[in-house]
Design a protein around this ligand. Structure first.
Ligand SMILES: [Zn+2]
Length: 473
């Protein structure tokens, strides 16, 4: 039985306003080739100007991942020809990256594990090739977008570890605000280096599978490559060091080319850019601007707001959710109720098909208003879902939506009593079971009344009425 060893290279696009060496907008999407200039299109003779924000974001990441920050780092040209790279070299960092060392903690099956970071360097992203109908086109909007590469040590040993680590890393990157980490848009991409060996033996030859853009692709490509390498070795073959491609639709990996070594790229110092020199004060200034991370937030939620650890963990898994919770709890002073509602309704509604991300379409103020409307009995929990639908990504206020949709709940006991009576009459056997002591039937009867009144009744009141009517009969 072979053991697998994995090291990851994570490419993360930084969400700066402009590109790394020119003033073009750094924005996903847009008409092809509309965010371009002579610099990012690689015209001869143009001069790059460094975007300091990109350096700051990379240093911020290094500090959050416990790295040593280089006081002196420089730029190098990585030379290769490919149509998406107009200059025929990529401005990157070779022997003096911005950050070295470091580690990331992540959680798997309730255990805290650690992955060491080898280095983090900054470079420019390439353009994008679009292959359609037998024609290939090039979009240079992405060319020159600041790209941070995080290289781990080979500390991972299963696909589950790889995904849990990536999830933890993604969460940190989002918390510190350096990237929107949207894998489906390519702002976070992952290369997997994988080798296999019998326990106790030295690591085998590794292969690298490039550009994986979902957790599912990472997981499936690892399992595929592990099986493939085991198969080759079991048949008496040897593993070739190579770069591989993953076809996500077919769930199959292919050999792309023999793996290059650094000398194939003829790295040499970039003559058009000054080295990056960072003072101790500058590094401290960046450190102070790091926002509160997950661990600190969990401590505040459990110790100050009295939430169970379970809730605190779920709410902090994504920064947008954590921010929504904090903003809501600042207005609506029942943190547990806010937490329950976010963990059920908001996370259900914000979940996107085929994506790990949750998209939030409601402001903390609007959510606090919805919770207040439920709490004060103006609307039922069931009706609040319609209110949420109405205000999601829109400008209408929750109260306005309640009035427009006629969702004020019926607390008129006379009217409600006749509705309850009708339901009891229509469900005679359930009523008999209730009277015989089967309390579980009560929930069913309440549900029937809620249905008959289109969710506009106060469920607590309905329950009381059912009890009253069936006891006195
Ligand atoms: Zn440009």
């Amino acid at each position: 039985m072979y053991e697998m060893t994995l090291g990851l290279e994570i490419h993360c696009e930084l969400k700066t306003e402009s590109k790394i060496f020119c003033g073009c907008r750094n924005e996903f999407g847009g008409e092809p080739n509309t965010h371009c200039c002579p610099v990012c299109s690689g015209f001869p003779g143009v001069m790059p100007v460094l975007n300091e924000k990109a350096v700051e974001y990379t240093v911020r990441t290094g500090l959050a991942l416990n790295c040593e920050i280089s006081r002196y780092s420089k730029w190098d040209r990585k030379n290769y020809f490919y149509p998406d790279l107009p200059k025929a070299w990529q401005t990157s960092q070779y022997d003096l990256p911005l950050c070295k060392g470091g580690f990331v903690e992540y959680e798997l099956d309730g255990k805290i594990k650690t992955v060491r970071i080898n280095r983090i360097h900054l470079e420019e992203d390439a353009g994008k090739l679009l292959h359609e109908g037998g024609v290939s086109r090039i979009d240079y909007n992405r060319s020159g977008v600041p790209l941070m590469e995080i290289v781990t040590e080979p500390d991972l040993h299963s696909e589950a570890e790889a995904v849990a680590f990536l999830d933890g890393l993604k969460s940190v990157l989002k918390y510190i605000g350096v990237s929107d980490v949207k894998m489906q848009e390519g702002s976070l991409r992952c290369d997997v280096n994988l080798s296999v060996a019998k326990p106790g033996q030295k690591l085998g030859t590794r292969t690298e599978t490039k550009n994986l853009n979902s957790f599912s692709a990472v997981k499936r490509s690892i399992l595929f490559e592990y099986d493939r390498q085991c198969g080759v070795l079991n048949a008496g073959g040897t593993i070739t060091q190579e770069t591989r491609r993953w076809d996500d639709n077919k769930s199959v990996g292919y050999s792309m080319r023999g793996k290059e070594d650094a000398h194939d790229y003829r790295y040499f110092p970039e003559p058009d850019l000054m080295p990056v020199v960072l003072s101790g004060e500058k590094i401290e200034e960046i450190r102070k601007a790091i926002p509160r991370l997950k661990k600190e937030r969990i401590a505040i939620y459990t110790e100050k707001l009295g939430l169970p650890l379970y809730d605190a963990r779920i709410l902090t898994a994504d920064k947008d959710i954590a921010d929504l919770f904090e903003g809501t709890a600042a207005v609506f002073k029942n943190p547990k109720k806010a937490s329950n509602y976010i963990m059920s309704e908001i996370m259900r509604k914000g979940k996107r098909e085929g994506s790990e991300d949750v998209e939030i379409g409601v402001s903390p103020a609007a959510l606090a208003e919805i919770l207040t409307l439920i709490d004060s009995g103006v609307i039922s929990l069931a009706a609040s879902k319609d209110v949420l639908d109405a205000v999601w990504n829109g400008a209408e206020s929750p109260l306005a939506a309640v009035e427009r949709l006629g969702l004020r709940q019926n607390s008129d006991s006379g009217e409600l009593e006749s509705a309850v009576k009708e339901v009891i009459a229509a469900n005679a056997s359930a009523a008999e079971q209730y009277k015989a002591g089967n309390q579980k039937v009560a929930a069913f009867l309440v549900g029937q009344v809620m249905k008959a009144t289109k969710g506009k009744s106060n469920p607590k009141l309905v329950g009381e009425l059912i009890e009253k009517l069936l006891k006195t009969n």
